[in-house]
Write a protein that binds this ligand. Structure first.
Ligand SMILES: C[S@@+](CC[C@H](N)C(=O)[O-])C[C@H]1O[C@@H](n2cnc3c(N)ncnc32)[C@H](O)[C@@H]1O
Length: 182
């Protein structure tokens, strides 16, 4: 398991990729997932799991016949998750969030949960990830994203049919949770 200290170490190694100095709180995870109807989710994608705070919460809620695809680009985080998560429903993928469809196949996915640090991404990468996410979602599918600012709100609103933003102080730093509907 990657500890808080190691999380910080990964941040110093690559600030732009990791985008935070410590893992999110369980409270933020619960807020991210509270509007997802897991009884009707058969395929779900998580982007940027880090140490897996949200991954564990997703697995707790996952139907027995559902699939979870987890994309983590950082090698240390990816290795740690791959070692720790022994669940047939989960694929832990060491690749960038731009390439979801390479792994999920033809069928559209129901939900995407993203912790990617969009704010520090180069503009073209941010656009590619959002467009790939939009394309891979089924009609009315949900894209749930947390951010520390409102910087990506315009892009999300320009891409999705509906965008709802909530704010929580129960995380460090406090965070905005975007729930976007295709
Ligand atoms: C702000 S951290 C969030 C970690 C964790 N979900 C949490 O909330 O504690 C962002 C995560 O996104 C990962 N990441 C950054 N760019 C990525 C990309 N292009 N594809 C997949 N993961 C990426 C980082 O390695 C890091 O684990």
């Amino acid at each position: 398991m990657v500890s808080k200290r190691n999380f910080l170490k990964q941040f110093w190694k690559d600030k732009q990729m990791v985008g935070a100095i410590s893992p999110s709180t369980r409270f933020l995870g619960e807020k991210m997932l509270e509007n997802i109807d897991f009884d009707n989710v058969r395929s779900i994608v998580e982007l940027g799991p880090g140490t897996g705070v949200f991954t564990d919460l997703i697995i707790e809620r996952l139907r027995p016949d559902a699939r979870l695809y987890v994309f983590e680009l950082n090698e240390a985080f990816h290795q740690s998750l791959e070692k720790r998560i022994k669940d047939e429903r989960v694929s832990v993928i060491h690749d960038s969030a731009e390439f979801i469809s390479k792994y999920t196949g033809e069928d559209p996915v129901d939900v995407i949960v993203s912790s990617l640090p969009l704010m520090v991404f180069p503009d073209d990468l941010r656009k590619r990830v959002i467009q790939e996410s939009f394309n891979i979602l089924k009609r009315k599918g949900k894209y749930v994203q947390f951010q520390y600012s409102l910087q990506s709100k315009k892009l999300l609103e320009a891409t999705f049919t509906n965008v709802n933003v909530r704010f929580t102080l129960k995380n460090f730093p406090p965070a905005f949770v975007y729930t976007c509907i295709k």
